[in-house]
Write a protein that binds this ligand. Structure first.
Ligand code: 4AD
Ligand code: MG
Length: 430
């Protein structure tokens, strides 16, 4: 019977065959422990000389790292491993004996591992991060589908810029100029006027010359947009969504979190509601914490966000930033037009901003005024203005950066390990 490591619990006491790679091995004169992985999981195979016979046992002892095999044996319970099962190997067939594998169990430098990303993905920790990423995506679709949202796909090639023109990737679109999408938001606003509650999930691009542990050039964003919802309604969606994602990972990725040595007690606390602090109070808090340089009207940097997050054990919303430092489409607070109805959600433990969101301007005249201030001319922006001409309604939305969320939940230091093939300032390969 052919099966996979993920399925072996159904075959205790039975003989099965698994296609696998040899990750590592230990052996003595009479017994060899084969660390097997098959993509679905990790399991030990125990090869005993008396069972296999001399020749086969010698062959097992000589297997090189990452050799591919069909391994046959009986599945038994193994209470010593957290996986809980192992295989008593009765036979194996070598598919290919691997050459000297570059990534050995010893420590390697980051640049070396990044150069070998196509192979590094096979390692236990990288596998665990990819499984957690997958679970976050699964839980995202689950949450929004359960709550009546429609998934809408935004274009990647665009004529407009949502988040400012300085970080755009330019390309030719036949005779026209085009840009790689920075955000699907403007399109989601159109979609929300057609479908009510929508979300997009796709790649976004920022030609940011930043080399930090939070920045990728190409990253994936989940962007919900809701008609008839105001800023506060949106914050409630955000805290429920993030809680759902974290609790789903805790429930469905136990072995992966363990492989990453993630402290799960901090994740267990991540349940709605989340604390909120206004930008004004955040500036005050920073001054109290010794950041004397920060002045009202300035944007926060990573050290500021980290210092604010330290005061909480849940993600914290920083709300109502000065309009000056935020995007053109954000709705001013009617009581205090110098600030906008927006929030950034800052993750705990120094992972920084994972969500940016706001209520959008729904007033045609005010939007016209913003177009003039920001010089948004030409065909590329005409359609967006029309959304305010034909039955405009209050609406809000947000964007969650997938990789920063994966980094936080997995507890990995740098976003480069949270996407299969990261695009960084100086890296386009592999
Ligand atoms: O705050 P941002 O720029 O917001 C928007 O793009 C809005 N249009 C979203 C919306 O309202 N629909 O980006 C949203 C999130 C950030 O909070 C961050 O998590 C992530 O995207 N992000 C990045 N992640 C990795 N690398 C980068 N260079 C990122 N820039 C933003
Ligand atoms: Mg932002």
């Amino acid at each position: 019977m052919k099966t996979t490591i993920a399925e072996v619990s159904k075959f205790v006491g039975e003989e099965v065959t698994i296609g696998a790679w040899l990750q590592n091995k230990r052996s003595s004169g009479k017994i060899a422990f084969l660390q097997l992985r098959d993509g679905t999981g990790f399991m030990q195979g125990v090869a005993v000389k008396a069972e296999l016979g001399d020749d086969k046992f010698q062959q097992a002892k000589g297997l090189t790292q990452e050799s591919s095999l069909y391994v046959t044996g009986v599945i038994v319970e193994d209470s010593r491993s957290s996986f809980g099962y192992e295989m008593q190997v009765s036979n194996f067939e070598i598919i290919q004996e691997a050459k000297d594998y570059p990534i050995t169990p010893k420590e390697h430098g980051t640049e070396f591992l990044m150069d070998h990303r196509h192979l590094w993905l096979r390692s236990r920790k990288q596998h665990a991060v990819m499984k957690i990423r997958n679970e976050i995506i699964r839980a995202t679709y689950e949450f929004f589908n359960q709550n009546g949202y429609v998934k809408v796909d935004a274009p990647i090639l665009t004529g407009s810029s949502a988040e400012g023109t300085t970080e755009l990737f330019h390309t030719k679109y036949f005779d026209e100029d085009a840009y790689l999408s920075q955000s699907g938001q403007l399109y989601m606003e159109a979609a929300a006027m057609a479908l009510g509650k929508v979300f997009s999930f796709g790649p976004t691009f920022r030609a940011e010359k930043s080399k930090t542990r939070r920045h990728l050039i190409e990253f994936w964003m989940i962007e919900p947009e809701m008609a008839f919802m105001d800023h506060n309604d949106s914050l409630e969606v955000q805290e429920q969504y993030v809680s759902h994602v974290v609790q789903s990972v805790l429930e469905n990725c136990k072995l992966d979190l363990e492989a990453l040595d993630r402290d799960t007690s901090v994740l267990e606390k991540i349940k709605a509601p989340f604390p909120r602090i206004s930008y004004d109070d955040a500036v005050q808090l920073l001054k109290e914490k010794g950041f004397n340089d920060i002045e009202w009207g300035e944007d926060f940097g990573a050290p500021h966000e980290t210092a604010i997050a330290e005061s909480y054990d849940k993600p914290v919303f920083i709300t109502n930033y000065p309009a000056e430092i935020k995007a053109f489409y954000m709705k001013p607070d009617p009581e205090r037009p110098e600030v906008v109805l927006c929030a950034d959600l800052i993750a705990p433990e120094g992972y920084g901003e994972i969500i940016g969101g706001s209520q959008r301007i729904d007033d045609l005249e005010l939007m016209r005024q913003r177009y003039e201030e920001h010089d948004l001319t030409g065909e590329a922006y005409k359609w967006y203005l029309q959304l305010r001409e034909y039955g405009t309604v209050p609406h809000s939305g947000f964007g969650l950066g997938l990789e920063r969320t994966v980094a936080w939940i997995s507890g990995v230091e740098h976003v480069r390990e949270t996407i299969p093939f990261p695009r960084l300032l100086n890296r386009l390969y592999p």
